[in-house]
Design a protein around this ligand. Structure first.
Ligand code: XMP
Length: 525
């Protein structure tokens, strides 16, 4: 009998660490389903989720202050294992009666810990051979524990931190000062594995085969035997995997809608969708809504307003089509877990901290006359890729660079004009072509061009040019939350620059964006 892939689950309470998503992905990689919730989740919700263990993440706050965010009291009364990481360890210590202090010696980066005692958390953890009992770990903390709570013991220490790992094995409470989720921590994954498998007694059921079977079962249950579903289809990996799962669950009752808003990449047109119709036997309707989009965004220069308008017209176009089709009761979207987490974070942080509104989440009108289904909204990108692979998608499709919902609209600074879009499509095509020629396309995680409507002087064939600027952006990133500029070879960059200036009318200069995220973002708007 099929065991539910989510039977064994871990709850991560997020105190705002930059590594929280990474931590969740590590647990999933171990074959255990987990969810990332805000730190102040209520008891009722936690009981309903019924986790086998709870992890308290790290975070930027200091546990020494009066109002530092605390774990719900229930966490320590639920009779389930708890693992506190960095801030999570500090706050657990404080809540259970220990003491924390801001240390004069900060520890950031690689540090050696010395294991002083056996623990199930360190089961089969091999120390480096030369120096017995030493392990390289990734630290990032200022505060440290000065008194551990009653009934806790010390398992590891560093030179400046006497409590690097602590535990109360009777209660199954563990605290780690370093970050086991970061690859720099030697055997960090094994430590997490010991916690979820040995201590929480989870079984690894979260794998692609099980996930696919469960998702199909859930879709069938939700949609029933008659109702039809309409899917917003872009041809990207998320919407394609969503389409294939829906197709397996409800067959011909799936209808995909491809909206051409005029802000798409080169050749992402009517012809392009033939490929998906033919190869994946999908029913896809092509809607050209270019004019509606351009009319609505004409004269708009503010990035957030542009994003909102593009999202709004998208949904309106959708709703209009749905109302004309009989029996369409469901709108499907290829939303994934990072989109959900990020938009929840921007809502939690309130709108003054909003950096960008992503229109695939939260952009839907409050009153929709159609029900929403998002089959993969609990999956991370790497899980979507693994499922896509199982469903037979090619490497090129699986690893195509992401393309944002608002498309070229956020890669043209200021007002969007059709002629700017045409230029940008051409420059983007050249950049991607050359990355492929240099065999570097899959070495960067996202690459594209940006149109800067500022004119600069150039010279071509003895004639003065006074034209606009194209910026190239190529980044390396694991989760797109942080990124660094890719160190592309100069001969590639100069070739791309020459081709863009020579082949595209209206461009006099090409620049390369070398900023990291943070402080810059990946897209320019
Ligand atoms: P930023 O610019 O926020 O981008 O650093 C991070 C990643 O998200 C993509 N992105 C979007 N994707 N709808 C999307 O589907 C959006 O509104 C959106 N805005 C940014 C961006 O391409 C990068 O991969």
């Amino acid at each position: 009998m099929l065991k539910h892939a989510k039977k064994y689950r871990i709850l991560i309470l997020d105190f705002g660490s930059q590594y929280s998503q990474l931590l969740a992905r590590r647990i999933r990689e171990l074959g255990i389903y987990c969810e990332l919730w805000k730190w102040n989740a209520d008891e009722k919700q936690i009981k309903k989720f019924n986790p086998k263990g709870i992890i308290l993440s790290g975070g930027p706050e200091s546990a020494t202050t009066k109002n530092s965010p605390k774990a719900p009291k229930y966490v320590f009364l639920a009779n389930i294992p708890v693992l506190g990481i960095c801030y999570g360890m500090h706050i657990m210590t404080k809540q259970l009666g220990g003491k924390i202090q801001t240390s004069s010696k900060r520890e950031f980066g690689l540090t050696k810990i010395c294991i002083t005692s056996n623990s199930p958390l360190l089961h089969n953890i091999k120390n480096t051979k030369k120096i017995q009992n030493n392990l390289n770990v990734w630290m990032s903390h200022e505060d440290k524990i000065i008194t551990i709570p009653k009934n806790f013991t010390t398992i590891a220490k560093t030179q400046s931190c006497p409590f690097a790992i602590i535990s109360n094995e009777k209660k199954n409470f563990y605290g780690i000062q370093f970050h086991p989720e970061v690859t720099h921590t030697q055997q960090g994954k094994s430590i997490l594995k010991n916690f979820v498998i040995k201590i929480c007694k989870c079984e690894s059921l979260w794998n692609s085969d099980n996930i696919i079977k469960n998702l199909i079962k859930n879709i069938k249950k939700k949609i029933g035997n008659n109702e039809k579903v309409m899917l917003g289809f872009s041809g990207g990996i998320d919407s394609l995997v969503t389409a294939l799962l829906l197709k397996k669950a409800i067959g011909k009752r799936l209808l995909c809608i491809f909206i051409d808003n005029g802000l798409l990449q080169f050749k992402r047109n009517k012809k392009h969708i033939q490929f998906f119709k033919k190869n994946y036997n999908l029913k896809i309707i092509y809607i050209s809504a270019k004019q509606q989009f351009f009319n609505a965004i004409s004269g708009i220069t503010d990035p957030e307003t542009k994003r909102k308008i593009i999202g709004k017209i998208f949904i309106e176009t959708f709703n209009k089509k749905a109302s004309k089709l009989s029996k369409i009761k469901w709108l499907a979207q290829g939303t994934i877990y990072s989109d959900v987490i990020e938009s929840a974070q921007s809502i939690q942080n309130n709108s003054t901290h909003l950096i960008k509104s992503h229109h695939n989440v939260g952009g839907l009108p409050k009153k929709m006359n159609i029900k929403l289904i998002e089959p993969i909204k609990k999956l991370f990108k790497d899980e979507v890729r693994n499922i896509g692979k199982k469903l037979g998608l090619s490497h090129n499709i699986l690893y195509r660079h992401p393309f944002p919902g608002p498309g070229l609209g956020i890669r043209i600074l200021g007002e969007i004009k059709q002629k700017y879009c045409d230029i940008l499509r051409k420059s983007d095509k050249i950049f991607i072509e050359e990355l492929k020629n240099f065999d570097l396309y899959h070495k960067v995680n996202q690459a594209f061009t940006i149109f800067i409507p500022v004119r600069s002087v150039g010279i071509m064939g003895d004639k003065r040019k006074y034209d606009c600027i194209i910026a190239l952006r190529a980044i390396e990133s694991i989760d797109f939350m942080t990124a660094c500029c890719s160190n592309l070879p100069y001969n590639l960059l100069t070739k791309v620059s020459n081709r863009i200036i020579n082949e595209i009318t209206g461009i006099s200069r090409v620049v390369y964006d070398i900023s990291s995220k943070p402080p810059a973002t990946i897209e320019w708007e």
